[in-house]
Ligand binder design. Structure first.
Ligand SMILES: [Zn+2]
Length: 153
């Protein structure tokens, strides 16, 4: 998607990485994961938008297609209201929901990723909430993003 070199990461390997990070950061791993994936989301938009210059919906659909190809999950842009700065994205077969540690999943990765993408596409800070989760028995994970404050970036 960004034209960069890629590697394949298997689920068990990533789980071990998360476990190792949890030992050091404990609950702080959530913030760590959220921040790092948000940065990744910003990077994706920054490195693809220069070339494409498409609208928000087309950009989201293009990212969704690529994320599905990488095996991270099938994204469904369930609702998009750019005028209200709100979007709802469903993730089916969420790779990160399947990596479970006790009761929790690592869906924060997607929360951060979408937050970074939102930030760049809408030029505003979002409030992200996971409203449904495969880890809690729902058929998909659902993330709802709305405007955090009235301040624009
Ligand atoms: Zn989830």
């Amino acid at each position: 998607m960004t034209g960069e070199r890629c590697i394949v990461i298997y689920q068990g390997g990533l789980k071990s990485v998360f476990k190792g990070l949890s030992k050091i950061f404990h609950a702080g791993i959530e913030v760590l994961l959220l921040e790092s994936s948000a940065e990744s989301g910003r990077h994706i938009v920054d490195s693809t938008r220069k070339r494409t210059r498409t609208d928000i919906k087309s950009s989201l659909n293009a990212y969704a297609k690529r994320f599905a190809q990488t095996g991270m999950g099938r994204l469904e842009i369930f609702e998009l209201k750019p005028e209200e700065a709100s979007m709802t994205i469903r993730v089916w077969n969420n790779f990160f929901a399947e990596i479970q540690d006790k009761e929790s999943t690592y869906c924060t990765y997607f929360a951060g990723l979408f937050s970074g993408i939102y930030e760049r596409l809408l030029r505003a800070s979002p409030k992200v909430k996971e409203t449904k989760c495969i880890g809690h028995g729902d058929p998909y994970c659902e993330f709802h993003l709305t405007l955090k404050t009235s301040s624009k970036l």
